[in-house]
Design a protein. Structure first.
Length: 567
């Protein structure tokens, strides 16, 4: 029997690439790129695109570029450039020094625009943006030609030169391609190539006052860089004819044609219980519904990283959901499952009590402390163990005690014996109340013969609970996150409704009096742990030895569906 397993099935983009390689379309080359606009932080949908493009190049020994489509200085900032570079690096995609900007090519784009004017394929138009939109027509009705469409080549060249020189105010004129105002594809109805913007650019400063539109710039950037497969999301499918038209128009009559890549579209990623529009994410930040782009409730890569997601889990998630031709929505539970599987293998176990209830072991010697051994990760034999201090006074979770236990409640209650994780069997003798009647302390006894969690006489207990030593515990802030939106589809609001109405008011719960194992005080920002029985947690950027702060990454299992059913 052959040792080689069946070959993994290819998605439709991989099939296209394989066929191009088989036919020698690009001389055996595969060259992809990720071209973000630096007008916001990347989200997990961008992660899918990054990993797809980088993975195709790596799989075929090709090249992968990181290129910023910085053609709109009104919305772009250096902060976004820096964050995108950090995010792509964190995901593990290596552009091997091929970091480019659309602004690197402004001179060449401008020269090609002049060539189209000279060929009679572009003209300067004095219509306002509102007039251009009104005259574009509808899919079932042809548009109207601009009254400036038939200017002479000489006049267009002069006006475009003066636009470039800064003679005209913002919006006064545009350069438009002369294509077909009756085309059923509205994108081909004399699209705008350049607009006037007297706005400093984050890289070129005041050098330019005309800026290329995305549709004009996109294919030219790909051509200059020698991209073979220009992979875009599905909303650009109707723009592909324009992508091809611009390059073909430049190449018409040219003795040495410029490179013409192949544009391929795939379905973008949509996740339940969140929004993926950069515009809406920006509104969430500006309106202070979240604490910033890296808020752990956000679907941004920065937010997922701060929450504690691993790049390995995100790569696995993108691999599982695959690449499709039709848009669909993925349940966020699939992402959470990938995170759990990854962290189950790697996250050290620790004990933490989020809502502490004081326990006094009345028969444990006062002033005594002993060190017990706790396993760091049962999934990893090489992880070893650690010492955990144990003393007379402990904290347990308040939910682990019921004075009147309901049916099938096997944790601590009067007269009930339970196991303390890696420690002893204990039995509750008494619950102490304050003046208001609230239980503030449990009086228990321990069995010294059960050290390590087993009884020499063979008796069994039905529950094991976690704990921390009160004397040694570290007080910490713990942030518990749930979905940012209650609705699975926040955008699915009735006409005239507000997508914000589905914001979850309980998406963040902050616990300020959690008690942790003492070693967790030294955790550095980004370190991940499983808090036993509670979930996976990550030390936040705000953490310090004096005041540890932890974010809950994900629960130990998917409880959200159960919560929704109960509500």
């Amino acid at each position: 029997m052959s040792s080689s397993g069946p070959k993994a099935s290819l998605n439709f983009i991989e099939e296209i690439v394989e066929e191009d390689l088989r036919t020698g379309r690009w001389d055996g080359r595969v060259h992809t790129r990720f071209p973000p606009e630096p007008n916001g932080y990347l989200h997990i949908g961008h992660a899918k695109s990054i990993l797809l493009n980088w993975g195709l190049a790596r799989r075929h020994g090709g090249q992968f570029n990181l290129r910023f489509d910085d053609t709109n200085p009104v919305k772009e900032e250096q902060e976004y450039v820096d964050s995108i570079i950090q995010d792509v690096q964190w995901l593990g995609a290596d552009w091997e020094g091929r970091l480019f900007f659309a602004s690197d090519y402004f001179d060449q784009m401008c020269q090609w625009a002049i060539e189209l004017i000279e060929k009679g394929k572009a003209y300067v138009c004095d219509l306002t943006s509102e007039q251009v939109s009104a005259m574009r027509g509808a899919p079932t009705r042809p548009g109207q030609e601009s009254p400036y469409r038939n200017r002479s080549v000489e006049e267009n060249l002069d006006l475009f030169r003066r636009m470039r020189a800064g003679e005209f105010p913002d919006g006064a004129r545009t350069l438009r391609a002369k294509i077909d105002m009756a085309s059923p594809n509205l994108n081909l109805r004399d699209p705008i190539m350049y607009r006037i913007l007297h706005t400093p650019h984050h890289r070129t400063g005041d050098r330019w006052c005309i800026y290329p539109m995305y549709d004009w710039a996109h294919g030219l950037e790909d051509s200059i860089e020698g991209i073979t497969h220009s992979i875009c999301t599905l909303e650009f499918e109707n723009h592909r004819p324009l992508y091809d038209w611009f390059i073909d128009a430049i190449n018409e009559g040219r003795p040495e044609p410029i490179h013409h890549p192949r544009q391929i579209e795939f379905a973008r990623l949509a996740l339940t219980h969140t929004v993926m529009s950069k515009r809406r994410l920006l509104e969430l930040v500006r309106e202070h519904h979240v604490r910033g782009w890296d808020d752990p409730r956000m679907p941004t890569i920065a937010g997922l990283r701060r929450r504690g997601h691993t790049p390995e889990a995100i790569r696995e998630f993108c691999q599982r959901i695959g690449v499709a031709k039709a848009n669909s929505t993925v349940d966020i539970a699939q992402l959470e499952d990938c995170v759990r599987e990854d962290l189950n293998r790697r996250a050290p176990r620790r004990m933490a009590v989020l809502r502490p209830l004081r326990v006094v072991l009345t028969n444990y010697p006062e002033g005594q402390t002993e060190q017990l051994e706790a396993v760091n990760n049962p999934e990893n034999p090489d992880a070893g163990s650690r010492p955990v201090p144990f003393s007379r006074v402990l904290y347990i979770e308040r939910d682990d005690f019921r004075e009147v236990p309901p049916p099938k409640f096997h944790r601590l209650s009067p007269g009930k014996e339970v196991r303390l994780r890696c420690a002893y069997f204990v039995t509750c003798q008494e619950a102490v109340r304050d003046a208001a009647g609230e239980i503030i302390e449990l009086r228990c006894t321990y069995d010294p013969a059960t050290r390590g969690g087993s009884a020499p006489d063979g008796r069994k207990v039905k529950a094991t609970i976690h704990w921390v030593s009160a004397e040694h515990a570290v007080q910490a802030e713990v942030r518990l996150f749930d979905h940012l939106f209650r609705a699975a589809d926040p955008s699915g609001v009735p006409e005239g409704g507000d997508w914000r109405q589905s914001l979850n008011p309980h998406s963040l719960e902050t616990i300020g009096d959690a008690r942790l194992e003492p070693g967790l005080a030294a955790a550095g920002a980004g370190e991940r742990f499983q808090f036993e029985r509670l979930g996976y947690f990550c030390a936040d950027l705000d953490t310090s030895p004096q005041r540890p702060v932890f974010n809950r990454i994900v629960t130990l299992r998917d409880t959200w569906a159960k919560i929704e059913r109960r509500s």
